[in-house]
Design a protein around this ligand. Structure first.
Ligand code: TYM
Length: 335
């Protein structure tokens, strides 16, 4: 009889730096929700990553809980997946130290997110900002996942993680399993509606960033104002960044191919198309707002879910952590 295949393990995280954007949703969370059916999944709020940028403690605390509720509101189901808050599971920071000592300064200097964030926050280029990808490597390796579903901007960090696996395993014997990035085809990089050459992200100069808790009217209004080009052909073509972005969003939500979209809007111009994309996004996000309001009114449920998630995550991660300490030659503590 054929041996039943082990369900593959998925792991991913998201920073609590504000209400999630449509980019976070289409690039990551929506896939996570779908993957819950077929994989063993572990998802967390990456609160320790968020403090690489200075946070106001009171709003940071509030946002972390809101983001946790939002993850559940998006359909991450604690009955199917392990969901927790990163700082509640100390193995992440413990493994980070071991990995820090096995990561090169030069490698970290090449990380594009570090270069980008250090130029935007030049008054606070702290050591955490620099070694942040090592914490991310620890987040991943401590759970031995097969796949890490992320948007394109995290690809470089996963490549670094893979390099760390090779180096560590070569130096100390096989300790970590090799993870693969899982990046969606259509929405690996959702672009800004106000400047389609930049990725959509919460930033002061983007007043068209879609928050997943925006009302339908706000969403449709932002899409109607999306920057496009000066002709009126709804078609996926090089140089039509704005329209290409809208087509990718529309296609990923409705499941329609680019050809179907092109013929649907043949001769109809951009106005109709932008409204249709806005309406499709608004309809997709509406249930999330309702779930979120309900969850935020039930703090004790949220607490119970993150307590249970952290307990399960601690059990899994402590095994890999112990192995890594042992492989490096640390004396195990007496039990
Ligand atoms: P974060 O919090 O910046 O983003 C969370 C997820 O959303 C994706 N994303 C996008 N995808 C497509 N288009 C966009 N415009 C867009 N903006 C964001 C990101 O690629 C990401 O998948 N370092 C991570 C969090 C993290 C993590 C981990 C992820 C910490 N530890 C371990 C995976 C595994 C981050 O800052 O993502």
């Amino acid at each position: 009889m054929e041996k039943p295949q082990r369900k593959k393990r998925i792991l991913s995280g998201i920073q609590p730096t504000g209400i999630f954007t449509l980019g976070n949703y289409l690039g990551a969370i929506r896939n996570w929700k779908q993957m819950q059916e077929d994989y063993n999944c572990i998802f967390f709020i990456a609160d320790m990553h968020a403090v690489t940028i200075r946070q106001d403690p009171a709003s940071f605390k509030k946002q972390t809980l809101e983001c946790f509720a939002l993850l559940l509101a998006c359909g991450i189901d604690p009955e199917k997946s392990i969901v927790f808050i990163q700082s509640h599971v100390p193995s992440h920071s413990q493994l980070t130290w071991l990995l820090n000592c096995n990561t090169q300064f030069g490698e970290l200097s090449r990380m594009t997110q570090f270069k980008d964030k250090s130029s935007r926050h030049s008054d606070n280029i702290n050591a955490g900002l620099f070694s942040y990808p090592v914490l991310m490597a620890a987040d991943i390796l401590i759970y031995s996942p097969d796949l890490v579903p992320v948007g394109n901007d995290q690809k470089q960090h996963i490549e670094l993680t893979r390099d760390i696996v090779n180096r560590f395993n070569n130096a100390y014997g096989k300790t970590f399993t090799m993870p693969d990035a899982y990046i969606p085809k259509l929405t690996a990089r959702v672009m800004s509606l106000s400047d389609p050459t930049k990725k959509m992200s919460k930033s002061a100069d983007d007043n068209l960033c879609i928050d997943i808790l925006d009302t339908p009217a706000q969403i449709i209004k932002k899409f109607r104002r999306a920057v496009t080009d000066s002709d009126s052909l709804v078609a996926y073509r090089e140089g039509k960044d704005g329209i290409n972005n809208l087509m990718s969003i529309y296609s990923s939500i409705t499941g329609k191919s680019f050809e179907e979209i092109e013929s649907e809007f043949d001769g109809r111009g951009y106005g109709d198309f932008k409204t249709a994309v806005g309406e499709a996004v608004a309809e997709e996000l509406a249930p999330i707002r309702e779930n979120y309001d309900r969850l935020m009114n039930d703090r004790s449920y949220l607490k119970a879910v993150y307590a249970d998630g952290a307990k399960k995550a601690a059990t899994i991660s402590s095994r890999v952590l112990e192995k890594a300490y042992k492989r490096m030659g640390f004396i195990p503590p007496e039990k």
